[in-house]
Design a binder for this molecule. Structure first.
Ligand SMILES: *[C@@H]1O[C@H](CO)[C@@H](O)[C@H](O)[C@H]1NC(C)=O
Ligand SMILES: *[C@@H]1O[C@H](CO)[C@@H](O)[C@H](O)[C@H]1NC(C)=O
Ligand SMILES: *[C@@H]1O[C@H](CO)[C@@H](O)[C@H](O)[C@H]1NC(C)=O
Length: 470
């Protein structure tokens, strides 16, 4: 008997339920195309009906090419399954699901009485203030047409009219409809966008958080997926009670490990696997015994590392709420929490479950990329802290947008703590000139040589106070 866990390469005949599923899907696709070939009139009639309605048939072409892409991924999965253990049965079934949904949509399109249902959706929600022909033109323009390929994205981003109240249109915040949004970057990667937004509403979302993060990093943020159930670890248990949760390793079974190299918490901490883990930016992050900002020498002018208490002693203003923008599992936020300060920890999942661990510790994770405007209102936070994140990789132009956004959310007299920014010696001047554009008061300003590498690098640690601007 073959065990499911020893998933073997697909030979000529399926030998597990998932393989059977793949096999059946491929067979049905095969028969679908055979039937189309046998009855070519059907498709050409459809194409004619599109043309007679004034819609180009490219949406159909697109759907077929999309289907081909997904079939390609599926076949590649089956092929690489022999060697690549990251291709799990669940990624197979996700891919099979995607193909099934695409077939569904295609069947819908071919049997719809008036053109593409996606276009029909647009028509239903058409903004009455816009002239009709503009709308049609949209679909003839290549860029616009590309943008609206995915039915689910269209459905999602179309304005959602508010309900009528007392026979009148309900006006909420001066608007009669809500416009759900997606990141502009999404429009530059329509094939990936389609892949991401192909899912069956009301069922479990595809297990593809790593793919979602890749899209976010390329500017597709926010992402267009709002109608499926996110996957959790199958044996999720209660997290630990607060306070003890801050410093205890979370339970392995509370983390969905599928997309991480490590498959348990000990691996994240282990020296042996350090090189394989893929988060060199934060080697000790998962070691919850390290209380970094408490284990540094006080008032050492040679040290780029300064303690939380030293920083807090530099300012008279109350520090109660803030943001840590760093590769972090929340250790800074935990130490601040013990000082009754609430810190949101903004980090991506850099090849490991950073956000999950922050949350399991009872702290607030903020899943945003460096390219996003922070979700805080102007002049609200007491503190922004960033450790070992912005360093020599960041361009001056991006740095300017980043520090100006930090400035926006900091309140007057709020504190910006740049914790060990580092770069090559000759680059430091350029970075400093960007930081100095904020014209903050320097509560502490320390530039020291970074000693852990042969290269000629410097650390800048700065504690800066935002002026009152009126
Ligand atoms: C961890 O989770 C598992 C599965 O939910 C549970 O059986 C176990 O008791 C948990 N361990 C701790 C220390 O809470
Ligand atoms: C939190 O833990 C500390 C020691 O780790 C303890 O002194 C304190 O009373 C705890 N606070 C709460 C609210 O449980
Ligand atoms: C934090 O707040 C608690 C409850 O108000 C208080 O007992 C504790 O002394 C405070 N801790 C610090 C470090 O201020």
């Amino acid at each position: 008997m073959q065990k499911l866990s020893s998933w073997k390469p697909l030979k000529w005949l399926p030998n597990s339920p998932l393989q059977t599923l793949c096999f059946i899907t491929l067979l049905s696709i095969f028969f679908f195309f055979i039937s189309t070939i046998i009855n070519p009139n059907f498709v050409s009639n459809r194409l004619n009906s599109f043309s007679s309605h004034g819609f180009p048939p490219s949406s159909l072409h697109h759907q077929i090419s999309n289907l081909q892409t997904h079939l390609g991924i599926l076949l590649q999965n089956i092929h690489s399954e022999e060697t690549d253990s990251s291709v799990t049965p669940s990624s197979f079934s996700d891919q099979v699901l995607r193909v099934a949904v695409l077939l569904d949509t295609l069947a819908d399109t071919l049997s719809a009485p008036h053109g593409d249902p996606a276009i029909a959706t647009i028509e239903t929600y058409r903004d009455p203030t816009r002239p009709e022909e503009t709308e049609i033109e949209c679909y003839e323009d290549e860029q616009e047409e590309r943008f609206v390929k995915s039915k689910e994205v269209l459905r999602y981003t179309n304005p959602k009219p508010n309900k009528l109240l007392d026979g009148k249109r309900k006006n909420f915040m001066d608007l009669e409809a809500v416009n759900p949004s997606i990141g502009l970057g999404c429009t530059r990667m329509t094939v990936d966008l389609d892949r991401y937004s192909t899912y069956k509403p009301y069922t479990s979302c595809p297990d593809d958080s790593d793919f979602a993060q890749k899209l976010m990093l390329r500017g597709c943020d926010p992402l267009p997926r709002r109608r499926c159930f996110s996957r959790s670890a199958p044996n999720y248990n209660h997290p630990f009670q607060f306070n003890s949760s801050l410093w205890i390793q979370p339970n392995d079974s509370n983390i969905l490990w599928s997309h991480y190299t490590c498959k348990n918490y000990n691996c994240l901490v282990s020296i042996d696997t350090k090189n394989k883990r893929g988060f060199h930016k934060c080697v000790d992050c998962f070691d919850l015994s390290k209380k970094r900002w408490e284990e540094v020498p006080l008032n050492d002018p040679e040290s780029a590392e300064i303690s939380i208490d030293e920083v807090l002693s530099l300012t008279q203003t109350p520090i109660r709420i803030g943001l840590d923008f760093s590769p972090t599992t929340g250790t800074f936020a935990a130490l601040m929490r013990e000082r009754n300060v609430t810190i949101a920890s903004a980090t991506l999942n850099l090849g490991a479950p950073f956000n999950e661990v922050i949350a399991l510790r009872g702290l607030l994770p903020l899943y945003v990329s460096i390219g996003s405007r922070l979700p805080f209102f102007d002049n609200t936070l007491d503190l922004v802290h960033s450790t070992l994140f912005l360093d020599g990789w960041i361009g001056f132009e991006l740095l300017e947008y980043v520090v100006f956004d930090w400035d926006r959310v900091l309140r007057p007299k709020g504190v910006l703590w740049l914790d060990r920014f580092f770069c090559k010696k000759e680059e430091m001047k350029g970075y400093i000139s960007v930081i100095e554009k904020l014209r903050y008061k320097k509560l502490l300003w320390r530039i020291v040589t970074k000693k852990d590498r042969v290269e000629n690098e410097l650390f800048l640690t700065a504690v800066l106070e935002k002026p009152l601007r009126v």
